[in-house]
Design a protein around this ligand. Structure first.
Ligand SMILES: [Zn+2]
Length: 180
């Protein structure tokens, strides 16, 4: 099944009534709050939604989300990409509800409508790292140089011993030359 663009209006009640499912591409640009966290709000979220019911006949929305986002590394301030893959299960209630029921997070429909992009956005924001960093912890060259200098200072040997070893080397070279 090829992925369709995410519907402009999603009739959740109808989809629950027929235990429907949707596979679609949701443009990141449509998720304004999520976009604010990103270096570049380009690309699509691959979304799979299943509108089902639990044993008690309550509406249960399952979602799997997959997206690659562009962030700024907080060590070198360079762009980096991050793959996010997550799933969520939500009880969908018609009336006011408690925050969670039977360990499941619950959301409420308003006038038969469910803000599915809003729910997707909430979940994706939770998946973002507080401080994104490149996997390579030497990504910041200036910081690296600074660190190396610090280490050199710690391990610095007596400059005269360096001179001594230079002299030894040149003496060896002279020996080599005399042999030829
Ligand atoms: Zn970096």
């Amino acid at each position: 099944m090829s992925k369709a663009p995410f519907p402009e209006h999603l009739d959740a009640l109808k989809l629950f009534a027929r235990n429907g499912a949707i596979s679609a591409e949701l443009p990141i640009a449509r998720l304004k709050r999520f976009s604010d966290y990103l270096h570049a709000p380009s690309g699509d979220v691959s979304v799979r939604l299943e509108f089902g019911h639990d044993e008690q006949g309550r509406k249960l929305l399952s979602a799997s989300l997959q997206v690659q986002v562009q962030l700024l590394c907080q060590r070198c301030l360079g762009p980096m990409s991050l793959d996010i893959e997550t799933t969520l299960k939500l009880l969908v209630l018609d009336e006011d509800h408690k925050e969670s029921i039977d360990g499941l997070e619950a959301v409420c429909m308003e006038d038969g409508n469910l803000d599915v992009p809003g729910l997707i956005e909430d979940e994706l924001i939770l998946c973002l790292p507080l401080a994104p960093l490149h996997e390579d912890n030497n990504c910041n060259r200036e910081l690296n140089l600074y660190r190396t200098k610090g280490e050199e200072a710690q391990h610095r040997t007596n400059p005269f011993s360096v001179l001594a070893s230079l002299k030894e080397n040149s003496a060896n070279n002279e020996d080599d030359n005399s042999k030829t």
